[in-house]
Design a protein around this ligand. Structure first.
Ligand code: ADP
Ligand code: MG
Length: 419
C-alpha cells in the first residue's frame, strides 16, 4: 500500500473539518467539466456544480443524460475531456487514482457483489486490500451488517442466496467498510421492488443521519430524488445541468419547461401538502373547489394566519385534496377556477420529518400557510411558519427528533423530507 502525500483527502490523514461537519467529509467541485466520448457522444456539457460536504446530492434525469458519466468522473473511473473536478480544493488529476478511490465508496445497481465471496468477505474486501487483518476486517464487517439492517447469520451466505434488497444492503455495507468520506451511488435501489425500495430509502436516510457522508446519488426517479436529496441536480438530455436546487425549489419553481415536465405537474400538487405532526396547531382554511366561481371577498376569512391581505385562496378538487393556491387579486369575482389559475407551493410529504416538512411547506407556500392533509391527502387545515418554529423550539427540550436538526436561523438550508 502506498502512502499519499495528499493529506487533505485520504480518510486516514484528513484534518477534521472544524465547525459544521465534525465527522470530516469532502466538498466536490465540478468546474466547467465536459465529457465527449471517443465516438463523439457529448455526454456531459460544461458542468459547474459544488457538492457540499455531509449532504446527499442527487443527480436526476432521464436515461442517457450523463448522470453516470458525471458520477464516475469524481473517482476517475472516467476522465473528463474538459474542465476540472476538485475534492476539498484539490484537482483529482493530481491524486493517484487508486488512492483517490479508497476515499470514495461506490455502490451500483444490483450491488455488484463478488459472487464467489461470502457476504462478510465481500464487505471486508477493501479493508483487507488496505492491509487490515482478515479477522479484524471480518469483525468490522459483522458490525456493518447490523448497521445496514441485516442479520449476522447472513454473513456466511453467498450473494446469490440473498434477495435483491439484501444484496443492495450488502453493497452499501461494502462501500462503507473503508469509512470513506465520499459515497457515490449509481441507481443503487432501482432494481428492487417498490416496497423494498422504500424501506431501503428510509434506512439509507437514517444511516446518513448517523454518518454524515458526502453522498452523490444517481437516479432517474424524481420521487426518489426528492425523498433522498438535500439538493437535486436535474440533468437534461445532452448532459446539460438544467437546475440545481433544493427539492422544494425544484418542485415549486422548476427552472425551465424541461424541469417542469420532468417533475410533472401532479407532483407539484402533491408537494402542497404534508402529513401533520401532533404538536402543530392547525388553522381552519376556507377552500374553493375547482370549477366553481370565485366568491366575493374571497380569501378574506384567512386573515390573521399569515396571509394578512386575504389574497390567497386554497383550491381543492372534488375529493377535497389540495390542488393549488389562487391569487384572488388576479382573478375577477365569479371567475370559474381552472388548474391554470393556480400557483403551487413546495414542500414534501413524509412523516419522518414532519416538523421540518411543515416549516418548508409554510415558507414555500405563496400564502405563507402550509397545507396539512390526512391519510387520504384531504385538506384538514393549514399551519403558519411561526407555529412550526414554536413547535420546533418545544421539541428541542424534549426527546431527539429528526426535525430538531432544523436551525431556525437557517430554516431552508435543508428543505424536504430527507432527514
Ligand atoms: P445516464 O447515466 O444519465 O443514463 P450516461 O452517463 O451513462 O447516462 O451516458 C450519457 C451518454 O453518453 C449517453 O448518450 C450514452 O449513450 C453515452 N455513453 C456512455 N458511455 C459511453 C461510452 N463508453 N462510449 C460512448 N458513449 C457513451
Ligand atoms: Mg446511468
Amino acid at each position: 500500500m502506498t502512502h499519499s502525500t495528499h493529506r487533505s483527502f485520504t480518510p486516514t490523514a484528513r484534518t477534521p473539518t472544524p465547525q459544521a461537519y465534525p465527522k470530516g467529509t469532502a466538498v466536490i467541485n465540478f468546474q466547467s467539466v465536459s465529457k465527449v466520448y471517443p465516438d463523439g457522444t457529448p455526454a456531459v456539457q460544461d458542468l459547474t456544480i459544488e457538492i457540499p460536504t455531509g449532504r446527499i446530492t442527487v443527480f436526476v434525469g432521464p436515461s442517457g443524460c450523463g448522470k453516470t458519466t458525471s458520477l464516475r468522473m469524481i473517482n476517475r473511473m472516467i476522465e473528463p475531456t474538459g474542465g476540472t473536478v476538485l475534492i476539498d480544493g484539490q484537482d483529482t488529476r493530481s491524486i493517484d487514482a487508486p488512492m483517490l478511490r479508497r476515499g470514495i465508496g461506490y455502490v451500483i445497481q444490483n450491488a455488484g457483489l463478488f459472487p464467489h465471496r461470502t457476504v462478510l468477505d465481500n464487505i471486508a474486501t477493501v479493508p483487507v486490500l488496505q492491509g487490515k487483518s482478515r479477522r479484524s476486517a471480518r469483525a468490522a464487517a459483522g458490525d456493518l451488517l447490523a448497521r445496514v439492517g441485516l442479520d449476522a447469520a447472513m454473513g456466511n451466505r453467498y450473494p446469490a442466496q440473498l434477495s435483491g434488497g439484501q444484496q443492495q444492503r450488502v453493497g452499501v455495507a461494502r462501500a462503507l467498510a473503508a469509512d470513506p468520506p465520499v459515497m457515490l451511488m449509481d441507481e443503487p435501489f432501482s432494481a428492487v421492488d417498490p416496497v423494498v425500495r422504500s424501506q431501503l430509502q428510509d434506512e439509507f436516510i437514517r444511516l446518513q443521519s448517523e454518518l454524515g457522508k458526502t453522498i452523490v446519488f444517481v437516479t432517474h426517479d424524481i420521487d426518489e430524488a426528492v425523498k433522498l436529496g438535500d439538493q437535486i441536480a436535474v440533468f437534461a438530455v445532452g448532459g446539460r445541468l438544467a437546475q440545481f436546487a433544493s427539492p422544494a425549489d425544484v418542485l415549486s419553481r422548476p427552472a425551465d419547461d424541461f424541469v417542469a415536465d420532468f417533475v410533472g405537474r401532479d407532483r407539484g400538487y402533491r408537494a402542497l401538502s404534508f402529513v401533520v405532526s401532533e404538536d402543530l396547531p392547525l388553522h381552519d382554511e376556507p377552500t374553493l373547489t375547482l370549477g366553481r366561481p370565485v366568491p366575493a371577498g374571497a380569501g378574506s376569512a384567512a386573515e390573521g394566519i399569515g396571509d394578512d391581505h386575504g389574497q390567497w385562496l386554497l383550491v381543492v378538487d372534488e375529493k377535497h385534496q389540495p390542488r393549488g393556491w389562487l391569487d384572488c387579486l388576479r382573478v375577477p369575482e365569479g371567475h370559474l377556477v381552472t388548474p391554470d389559475d393556480l400557483v403551487l407551493g413546495g414542500s414534501l410529504a413524509g412523516p419522518e420529518a414532519s416538523l421540518r416538512t411543515a416549516l418548508d411547506a409554510a415558507l414555500s407556500s405563496p400564502s405563507g400557510r402550509g397545507v396539512a392533509v390526512d391519510g387520504e391527502t384531504k385538506v384538514i387545515g393549514t399551519v403558519a411558519a411561526r407555529d412550526v418554529l414554536d413547535a420546533i423550539e418545544k421539541s428541542r427540550g424534549a426527546t431527539p427528533d429528526p426535525a430538531e436538526r432544523i436551525e431556525p436561523s437557517d430554516p431552508l438550508s435543508k428543505a424536504g423530507a430527507a432527514t
